[in-house]
Design a protein around this ligand. Structure first.
Ligand code: ACM
Ligand code: ZN
Length: 782
């Protein structure tokens, strides 16, 4: 026994030493599969030979890209030369592709010794990723034209790395319709994608607010659909449409020559560009140019901001609509070599189709059940065309409605359900669930961040994302090809702002999609990200430094039979101070160094100490009651989008605030709240209350009614009358309401609370007919 302990202690010590041996300057993102430090380094100077296997064009290109990096950074100017296949002992940097199958797809092996650096890729892509890792092993100045720090040189530590990606699809999207971005920025965006070993750029080229791709056959797309009236001085949601005497002069498009240039640039960096042409909805800009493809005939103008619902969509009863789309797609296909062509398919409001004689005639002629099946008809017809051109259709998850051809693939954005359903039906799936992958959401305190569309998706949350939904079997999981970050640009008018929203969340997603699940570690990632920030400063990239917000959570500690409160922050190594009595903490307040007891009511305040000051306080009310930390059974499910902290959220003592993004509210989308709390033993219950939030702007409404009931055995419940909500459902601001019930000292073990969701947004609301939210923060039992 003691021998065993000694051995394991030794092993731990050896592991510790091995860990110590990793040069702190080595900071690779995404984290590689295997890494072993050697001793010494390889110095790159102007006598270094840069070699590729003679005749291999891909190896030559990547060697040249590396030479370009060095030269741009003011390093030695090296010329890439061809060598033969026996390169093991040759001095220099060798770029080689070994397609013998011993390195997994897109993988590479990088060996740095004092004599040479050898990069062997499983393919051109693998070699390129090996080169990106080599770049990350150089001083950060490699990313800039700034001179090396005095005393620094272009040396690479001796190391052996074996690496390959977890998922074949690692993507970033950019919406260039809501705001137009110049070609130069698109190239920089592709550089960022490639730097972090992502391999797909989803180019959202068309939407209601502007058409962005030259199509030779339809000149009005460039003359009319690409331009809108300039309302940039007004908030996105408050922009009146174009008036008769106004000129539409805000926007632009990419010429076919520019697109060819971008595609070629991306190809050299192993980035596939998937073009997206939206249909049948999100296409009113097309109707502004060609109203004959609408159901009503128009006229239309290109909207300068938002309008909802989005009723004017392409007419599915009109054959000329299909001719138009097929002509457009033919030109798109001639420009983009991508196997996938994205056809949108999201958010198609069917009201025009319901009233349109042509659409109704189509439904009849094709024997379709309803407008949902008409959408499916639309998608299937386009799919057939794409397949005839040897391409594959991909679209947003709405394309599943009414049936989808087997070969089509799905981008799951409305949560996980679309992805789960598609994988179960055997469709390939890209996961882009909004609550993890929408980088137009806030990433830090909305009070101090630039205005965003909404949501709250921190860096840490993105990093926590697991692309394979737990609901899938191993077999079904194979259909999940990877994940993608989406950058919608309603609130993002400039390239600098787009960078700020995308970075560093895209770096977190790069690690989510590249790094093996077992190697993912937030603390380690966050430490490496600090090194990455130094590189991004020099690049330069306008990145966000992450949230300063302190996350407060509570849990019941079974060992000490005590309720504990813990604080977490996205900023590593920065001190957190706190108080529990409602006083504002100062830098002299208690320093957080592990979970603290909270066994009575408390007013929790916590903040980070930076430069001797506290710049952002997190405040939470904590109420201590009988149900705290007790078991809760859900008879209806809460949404994964607003978990409030998970299974214990309704009995964790933490109250939500009117700012629901702070994370303490649990949301039920379209369905009711119905839970049973098990107090563990029969005890007198006098009062139970539950609190709800209403936010019309965010489609959150008070419940229609609440019912409280008690039981001693968990089977037979004694209900008290249903309490109807008497307060208005229409409120200007976010409001909180409590429903409470007094019981005459009733002995009970089980407490059931049911709250009836309004179900759908009311007729006066912008989301009329769509599922609405019910938000609760706590059920308190006294
Ligand atoms: C989407 O966000 N409408 C795909
Ligand atoms: Zn129609």
């Amino acid at each position: 026994m003691s021998k065993k302990i000694t051995l394991s202690a030794l092993l731990i010590f050896a592991f510790f030493l091995a860990g110590m041996a990793v040069n702190p300057a080595v900071s690779i993102i995404p984290k590689p599969v295997k890494m072993k430090m050697g001793s010494g380094s390889f110095l790159i100077n102007d006598r270094t030979a840069l070699l590729f296997i003679a005749g291999n064009e891909e190896a030559m290109n990547t060697a040249r890209l590396f030479a370009g990096h060095l030269q741009m950074a003011g390093g030695p100017v090296l010329t890439a030369l061809g060598v033969g296949k026996s390169y093991r002992t040759i001095a220099g940097i060798i770029f080689s592709i070994k397609r013998d199958g011993h390195i997994p797809a897109e993988g590479y092996e990088l060996t740095v010794s004092k004599n040479n650096i050898i990069i062997e890729g499983a393919s051109g892509a693998g070699l390129f990723y090996g080169m990106q890792t080599l770049v990350q092993l150089l001083p950060p100045e490699i990313y800039s034209s700034k001179a090396l720090q005095p005393g620094n040189n272009w040396s690479v530590p001796c190391i052996a790395i074996k690496d390959h990606p977890r998922f074949p699809y690692r993507g970033m999207h950019l919406d260039v319709s809501r705001h137009f971005f110049p070609k130069e920025f698109i190239l920089k965006y592709i550089d960022l994608i490639a730097t972090f070993k992502m391999n797909t750029f989803h180019w959202h080229l068309t939407d209601d607010n502007g058409w962005r791709i030259e199509i030779k056959k339809y000149p009005k797309l460039m003359q009319t659909a690409a331009w809108r009236v300039d309302r940039e001085n007004l908030p996105w949601l408050e922009r009146p449409p174009q008036q008769a005497d106004e000129r539409a002069n805000y926007g632009g498009y990419y010429s076919q020559d520019e697109i060819r240039e971008v595609v070629e640039y991306a190809k050299k960096r192993y980035v596939t560009i998937i073009p997206e042409i939206e249909m049948p909805a999100h296409s009113v800009e097309v109707l502004a140019a060609y109203p004959q493809f609408s159901c009503t005939g128009g006229p239309f103008t290109v909207p300068p901001g938002n309008y909802w619902p989005n009723v004017d969509i392409l007419c599915a009863g009109n054959d000329s609509t299909f001719t138009f789309m097929e002509d457009v797609l033919s030109e798109v296909i001639s420009l983009f070599p991508s196997k996938y062509i994205h056809i949108g398919g999201d958010e198609a409001d069917k009201s025009r189709w319901k009233e349109c004689p042509k659409c109704q005639a189509r439904i009849k002629a094709e024997g379709l059940k309803d407008e949902k099946e008409l959408q499916s008809y639309f998608i299937k017809r386009i799919e057939k065309f794409l397949v005839s051109k040897d391409r594959k259709l991909i679209g947003w998850d709405e394309i599943l409605e009414g049936g989808l051809p087997q070969e089509a693939s799905v981008m799951s954005w409305r949560g996980l359900q679309g992805g789960i359903a598609a994988a179960r039906q055997g469709h390939d799936v890209i996961m882009t669930p909004d609550s993890y992958c929408y980088f137009d959401h806030y990433q830090a305190n909305p009070k101090t961040e630039p205005k965003a569309i909404g949501g709250y998706t921190t860096l840490k949350k993105v990093y926590s994302y697991e692309p394979i939904p737990g609901e899938l079997t191993k077999e079904q999981s194979k259909y999940i090809l990877g994940a993608q970050g989406n950058v919608w640009t309603e609130y993002i008018p400039t390239p600098e702002h787009a960078e700020y929203m995308a970075v560093p969340r895209m770096i977190a997603l790069a690690e989510v999609t590249w790094t093996q699940k077992s190697l993912k570690n937030w603390t380690d990632f966050r430490t490496r990200l600090n090194s990455e920030f130094k590189r991004l400063d020099l690049f330069p990239v306008n990145y966000c430094k992450g949230s300063d917000k302190i996350e407060v959570s509570t849990y019941f500690d079974k060992n000490s039979q005590s309720m504990k409160c813990q604080f977490e922050s996205e900023q590593p190594g920065i001190q957190i101070v706190y108080t529990l009595d409602g006083n504002d903490p100062t830098p002299a307040s208690p320093v957080y160094n592990g979970p603290v007891d909270v066994n009575k009511n408390a007013y929790i305040k916590a903040g980070l100490v930076r430069d001797g000051k506290i710049n952002e306080l997190t405040e939470r009310t904590f109420i201590y009651h009988k149900a705290i930390g007790k078991k809760i059974i859900y008879l209806e499910c809460y949404s994964y989008r607003y978990t409030g902290g998970g299974e214990e959220a309704l009995v964790d003592g933490l109250r939500g605030t009117v700012d629901f993004r702070e994370g303490n509210w649990q949301g039920f989308l379209g369905n009711n709240l119905d839970v049973i709390i098990d107090l563990g033993s029969i005890q007198p219950v006098r009062t139970v209350f539950i609190t709800f939030l209403q936010s019309n702007k965010s489609w959150i409404f008070f419940p229609d009614s609440v019912t409280f009931s008690l039981s001693s055995n968990g089977k037979k419940f004694h209900s008290i009358n249903e309490q109807l909500n008497q307060d208005p459902k229409k409120t200007e601001t976010n409001v909180i309401k409590q429903f409470s019930q007094i019981f005459p000292d009733t002995p009970a073990r089980y407490v059931r609370v049911r709250a009836k969701n309004t179900g759908i947004c009311p007729p006066w609301h912008e989301g009329k007919g769509e599922p609405c939210w019910l938000f609760a923060d706590e059920i308190a039992v006294f």
